[in-house]
Each structure stands twice: as C-alpha cells, then as structure tokens.
Design a protein around this ligand. Sequence first.
Ligand code: PFF
Length: 455
Amino acid sequence: MSANRGQWSSRIGFIFAAAGSAIGLGNIWRFPYVVGENGGAAFVILYLGFVALIGLPYMFGELALGRVAQRNPVGSIDAIKPRSRWRWAGILGVLTGVGILSFYGVIAGWTVGYIHKMLTNNPGGFEQFVADPWASLFLYALFTLLTISIVYNGIEGGIERWAKILMPILFVLLIILIIYSNSLSGSGGGLSFYLNPDFSKITGSTVLAALGQAFFSLSLGMGLMITYGSYLSKQENLVTSGIYIGIFDTMIAFMAGLIIFPAIFAIKGNMEAIDASLRSGPGLIFKVFPEIFSQMPGGIFVGVLFFILLSVAALTSTISLLEVEVAYLIDEKGARRKTIVWAAAAVTFFVGIPSAVSQGGSDFFTNFGLIPERFAGPDFLSQMSFIFGDLALALGAFLLSIFIGWVWGADKAADEIARNSPFFAKTRSVWMFMIRYFIPLVIFLILLNVFGIFN
Ligand code: PFF
C-alpha cells in the first residue's frame, strides 16, 4: 500500500508545503498582536528561543515518526506499538484536525468574502456580514471546495504543486504591503511600538501563552508533521528541513507585524485609539483594517491585496488540515483518495456549520457558552477554537512527545533523525534528553496555562 501513498518530489516542495501549513491565519493576526502587547522585541527574542529550543526539536520527533512508519498519525503509532492505547493519541490528532479545520475554514471563508467587499468598496459592516448565516456558509463552502480541489490531486500533483505556486505569491504580497505600509507618514511610531524591547511586560503566563502560540503556529501537536513526514524520502535531512520551516514561519509572522503596526499608527496615531476588544483577532483584521484601508491613498487596492494574502495563507493551512484526515482514511480504511477527500471534507463542513452561524446568525450558537467565559467567548466558533486550537493541541503534543521519547524510544527516534544529518548525530544526546524530560514538562505547563492556572 505504501508504494502508492505518494511522496514529495523535491526537498523544496516539502519545505514549502510544510511551511505553508505552518504559515496561516495564526501568523498574520495573532503573532503581531501578541508581540505588540508583550514587550515587542524582547518577546520576539523569547519566541525565537522557544521555536529553536522546543518547537523544532519536537517537530523533528513528529517528522521522524511519520517517516519511519510511512503512515498517518494513527497508523504510525500502531506501527511502533501495535494495538496499544497509544493509538488514541493519533486519533486525538485526527479529530483535532477536523475540529481546527471546521472553524478555521469559516474564518478563511470570510477572508475571501472580504476580497469581494474591498473590490466593491464596501469595507464596513463586519457584524452584519458575519451575522448573515447564508453568506458565511456560502463562503465556507467555497473555501472547502478550493481545499478539496487541491487535496484531491494528491501529494505531488496537488499539495506540493500548489505550495510552490502559493508560497511565492504570499511572499511577494507581504513585501509589497510592508513597503506600502512603512511609506505612509506617521508609520514610524508603529515600528517602535512593535519592536521596542520592554522586558518588564514578560510574565510567566505570557511566556506560556507564547509557547502555545508557537505550537499552533508551527502546526505541531496534532500529527500534521507526522503526516507530512510520512511522504518524505529517507534521503532527506529532517533537521535542516525543519529549521527552514521554523525560520519561514517565524519570519512571515514577524513580517506581518511590519505591515500591521505601521499602518495602524499612520492612520490612528496609536494603539489606544482602537477599542481594546478590536486590537487582536478577527476584530483587528476584519474591522480595524478595512477601515484603515479606506482612509489610505489607494487603500481599496491595498485592502484587496491584504485579503488575498490572508486567503492564500489560510489555504495552504486548510489543505494540510484536510490531508491529515484523508491520509488516515486512505491508510487505515483503504479508501481511495479521490472519493474520500469529498467525504472527509463534507463531514468537516458539517462540523463547521454551527461555527459559521455563531456570529449572530443563530442565537443558540452565538451564545453557546458551554465553556466558561474566562476561557473563551460564548460563541461556538470561539469555543471550538479553545477546545481544539488550544486544549487539544497542547494535550496532543504532550502525549506525542511522551510517545516519541519513551514508547518509541528517544534512541530509535534519534537514529531516524540522524540519517543524513551529521550535525544532529553529534548532538543527539542533547535532543534525547530534551524529548524525554524537558519538552513534555514544558508542554505540560502550557496545558496547565490553557486552564488559566497561572493567571
Ligand atoms: N499553523 C496554522 C496557523 O498558524 O494558522 C494553523 C494550523 C494548521 C494548525 C495546521 C495546525 C495544523 F495542523
């Protein structure tokens, strides 16, 4: 069976695809905001440290597990430890993929809707826009179809091919927008707000939140890198590829801040001019930004480019999320890709319907409130984002790190990572210590922090 699972055809194709998964909505609206609020450059340095010392070593483990087993997350765990309860860690990963895709796809749909809104010079009215259940569902369906059309064509002909097209587009759009944003008068204040190092703003809980952000941003904790690693050839150097993915992901997140803060300061003068609830997340992107664009010279055009950028970033992430489910169904259930892609996407779409109508469309889902307010907003979408984007991802990363370090064995995992990586071979004992003790411990703290224990 493994012969026709598909494989990346080139190293750069794999790196683009995996970086495409990592670079997404999380980078563009969350990272810059967290940096701005938590000590600017001081936080960036800290974040880089986390990516290098915790995110990447953990990522090597996921990639190695996938490559050695040549299977999806569940199959990979089964291949190492047949018929054990550990397979539930893989199942959790696949379900987390469904959960994240279900709400992420809804937001991705809005980004496409906003391309249209900007084109028709209609930047306002976010509340009315998302409260219209049919518009949200239509856009969500459209984005799902786009995602299907790529995953349908498999690894090389679909995901890799499109990653090679979309990632350069994303990069060029970012550069254009950075240049534009920084050429506006008054934009300089934004840069200093973004980058002035202020170590006093860094607390234990912001540190852990940053770590959670690093995992979400690098697409870690749900077996995505196991899945993408399963299409890697044995010749590939996992360590350098992983480092590239980490660098691209962090660089793009950092660059997004170079668009956002200069633009805000040029138009608004400072952050306080923006209502606190709108300084991050959907409010920042869909309300503040369109308003700012409409006040800039040539702003409508820039707005169109900005929402194309977001759509592209989201698309390379949604295809990766769908691929985890699809790989599971192909490997474990013997399904054919071209049929199962539709079924998997349909089920996920169905799971996302409550999220799509939870922004005013349906009272019930708008005020769902199963999870207490101190963890997440009452609407269904925010609740899904908390359960799957924060909680399940941290739990998954914890279980997978224990599985890799203790059940599979740090030694065997290190053997797999060390193939074609002389540098890693020399430092493997450090990695082995990290994956067994340090990484599970840190992830455990992130998990506690998700529950607000340190607040
Ligand atoms: N890394 C993506 C982002 O930052 O937007 C989100 C994501 C994609 C998380 C794929 C997990 C995943 F498997």
